[in-house]
Ligand binder design. Structure first.
Ligand code: FE2
Length: 712
């Protein structure tokens, strides 16, 4: 029998409290772990006493007016809904009335009132067990204001209720209407968490000050499920072991003094933060900590999210002879289990099946035909953004529903047939082995078909999982099988992802994973090629407790990789410049500098159009495999002014694509071209291919070089 964890005793305090419709949580088998799992053997008190793992504190969204607190607004997060905004806010206890905001078009005129609904779940531990009222959230409130003007700033205030303090007068700005011209920038981030993400956070705040319209976080949000980092000793293959054996940090940065502070007696060196595992030793407190940190963003701009694997449950995996299994399954602290027997039922019910994720955000799934926070879409100006669930709800998804545990035989597996991350489905499924029968896929088909490319020429999709990477993994084939053909067929321009904890820009790739060489203008500029290829960015470098991903010893990046950086943390700025140009840039958390940038251009967008069919002129480098005429059609030769960050000098070369795996110089007509660079680089400062000519005005038919790169 499936029952909802939201079925808590709410008492008379709440007015309209909705139980979450999905996901529900299965409790067919009892939970046998500790009442409150705490990732600290020395101090397993949920409140902590600061001895071993001092609890980190982030300010609440609303500064309370009283010392004798009973309730407080700790988190406020904005998100877009069509023609409006959703104001989500969080309190430890109920409001005793429907949540509301007073709002208006100026800060001193809040004459309108909007009301909404509240929801909750049976979090472990409940906020009644947490002594700091300003550091816990268990009741979640949604107030929508719709029918608003686009690109307009409104003001609002959350009134006091049941012990809370009224918020300050805050503001939000509605989305630019679809089809309205004009440059805009958004922040795209993935795999953030709290530890290691300080630089990213700082630059994100700066991005808001610089005018970023919204943030889009593609999964692996708070890393709440790493609550147990403080009780699992370092493994040899972990890149960093804090307060233990490692004296190196990713990026080679100076080691802060706190990293060298010896751990208190009894604590184990681990993958946790500077003081050990002090990201937090509680699953739910990690969520609270992170969300309160992000108030600096989410109270100012819409903070859009999609699911990642770290949102699924209280843990992901474990091996034999491990501490976590003994703790969660047998309620034995500081012990080991002979073998891994973690199942779906090993987590407290409230920490299964994306429960916290579903409550702690409010995305426009319902309003856009999608499902909750799992998949949805929205427009902003010249772009259509598609958020997909790369974790569940497609064939061979990385996390999966019970029907797959039983191989389709029945819906209810035995306890041992389940896995700790079993999740979903969040939509309907007719045949779990066939993605086309999934509600998510059907929705995507419809969503793509409904795009008006005259209004939103740019279409950007994101899931948490990459389709391709130099770090190859089997889930990538499943994601490709589910979505790749559909996205390419419909001319999606960019596919963003995370999951792998580095920045990796790929060459534009066709649906077979081949490099679309004719679409490479130079190292930092691609043509879009609707129906043929997409640009892929793996953007998983925001921070997080698990540190960077790395290549194995002796491993080289694949040839599909144009840029790979596993030394810096940061995020990406996505800038839509106009209907034919956009850019993606990697902003380094350490100083805000740009680590990499690629500009995407649409062909045939200018006042005239021409097709080059000139014979290719081969680079002289012997390592070039072959060359063919590119036949690129482009029309911007006479009118295009490259943005200042496009460094090539080939603006009048209308059909020039070069992919040279080595340094070379060659002559074409009266011009001499130098091509320098390496095929990939680990640092961002090296340009792959730099092209220069001794003239800025090539009047003869331009050289057309398309050098076929080897298949990955
Ligand atoms: Fe991930």
């Amino acid at each position: 029998m499936r029952s909802t964890t939201a079925a808590v005793a709410l008492g008379a305090l709440l007015a309209t409290v909705h139980a979450a419709p999905k996901p529900d949580v299965d409790e067919s088998y009892p939970y046998t772990g500790p009442a409150v799992p705490v990732g600290d053997w020395v101090d397993p008190d949920p409140n902590g006493n600061g001895k071993g793992f001092p609890r980190l504190v982030e300010a609440p969204a609303v500064t309370p007016s009283s010392d004798n607190l009973t309730n407080n607004v700790n988190v406020i997060a904005l998100s877009y809904v069509p023609q409006g905004i959703n104001i989500h806010y969080q309190t430890p206890f109920g409001l005793g009335e429907d949540p509301s905001v007073n709002w208006g078009s100026s800060a001193d005129s809040l004459g309108k009132k909007a009301t909404g609904y509240s929801h909750t779940y049976d979090r472990t531990p409940p906020c009644s067990m947490i002594s700091a009222v300003t550091q816990c959230s268990q009741f979640f409130h949604e107030v929508q204001i719709t029918g608003l003007h686009p690109s307009t700033t409104y003001y609002y205030q959350i009134p006091a209720a049941n012990g809370t303090t009224a918020s300050e007068v805050l503001s939000f700005t509605t989305a630019r209407e679809a089809g309205v011209d004009g440059e805009f920038t958004i922040a795209v981030l993935n795999d953030m968490g709290y530890t290691n993400a300080g630089g990213t956070f700082k630059q994100l705040v700066q991005a808001i000050d610089d005018g970023a319209a919204f943030a889009w976080h593609g999964g692996d949000i708070s890393y709440a499920d790493d609550w147990y980092s403080g009780i699992l000793p370092c493994e040899d293959d972990w890149p960093v072991c804090y307060n233990g054996t490692s004296t190196e940090l990713p990026g080679g940065f100076p080691i802060p003094a706190e990293y060298l502070v010896p751990l208190p007696e009894g604590e184990v060196a681990n993958q946790g933060g500077p003081q050990g595992g002090d990201m937090s030793v509680l699953y739910e407190s990690n969520w609270d900590l992170w969300q309160q940190w992000i108030n600096a963003l989410s109270t100012k701009i819409p903070y859009m999210v999609l699911p990642g694997n770290h949102e699924a449950s209280c843990g992901e995996f474990d091996g034999p002879n491990n501490e976590l299994t003994a703790y969660l399954v047998d309620d034995e602290a500081n012990s080991t289990a002979a073998k891994s027997t973690l199942t779906y039922y090993s987590c407290p019910p409230s920490q299964r099946n994306f429960t916290a994720y579903q409550h702690r955000f409010r995305m426009p799934g319902t309003e856009t035909g999608g499902v909750g926070n799992m998949w949805y879409s929205f427009d902003y100006g010249l772009a259509h953004f598609i958020a997909l669930d790369g974790e569940t709800d497609f064939a061979n998804s990385p996390e999966w529903p019970f029907i797959r545990d039983t191989k389709g035989k029945h819906q209810t597996p035995t306890e041992s047939e389940t896995f700790i991350t079993d999740s979903g489905p969040f939509g309907d499924i007719d045949n779990y082995t066939d993605t086309t029968t999934y509600q998510q896929y059907k929705w995507l088909v419809k969503d793509l078909a409904a795009i008006d490319r005259q209004k939103t020429p740019w279409v950007i999709a994101m899931t948490h999982r990459p389709m391709y990477s130099s770090q190859v993994s089997s889930y990538q084939a499943a994601v490709r099988a589910a979505f790749e053909e559909l996205l390419i067929e419909n001319g999606v321009d960019v596919y963003l992802s995370g999951h792998i904890h580095w920045y990796e820009r790929l060459w534009p790739l066709t649906g077979t994973g081949a490099i679309d060489t004719p679409s490479i203008i130079d190292n930092n500029t691609y043509y879009t090629n609707p129906g043929v290829s997409m640009t892929h960015i793996i953007n998983g470098m925001a921070g997080n407790i698990e540190s960077h991903s790395t290549l194995s010893t002796g491993q080289s990046p694949l040839n599909i990789t144009a840029v790979l950086d596993f030394q810096h943390y940061g995020f990406s700025k996505l800038k839509v410049i106009n209907s034919t140009a956009m850019s993606l840039s990697f902003v380094l958390g350490q100083d805000g500098s740009v680590g990499d940038e690629v500009t995407l251009l649409k062909k045939g967008s200018g006042s005239s159009s021409s097709t080059s069919t000139s014979s290719p002129t081969a680079c002289t480098a012997s390592s070039i495999a072959s060359s063919t005429a590119s036949g690129i059609t482009t029309g911007f030769a006479s009118t295009y002014t490259p943005p200042p960050y496009v460094t090539t000098t080939t603006e009048v070369v209308t059909a020039y694509t070069t992919y040279c795996p080595g340094n070379t110089v060659f002559t074409q007509g009266s011009s001499t071209y130098s091509v320098t660079g390496v095929r990939f680089h680990l640092m961002s400062s090296v340009s792959l291919v730099q092209i220069s000519s001794d003239t800025n005005n090539i009047t003869s038919p331009p050289p057309s070089q398309s050098l076929t790169a080897p298949a990955p």
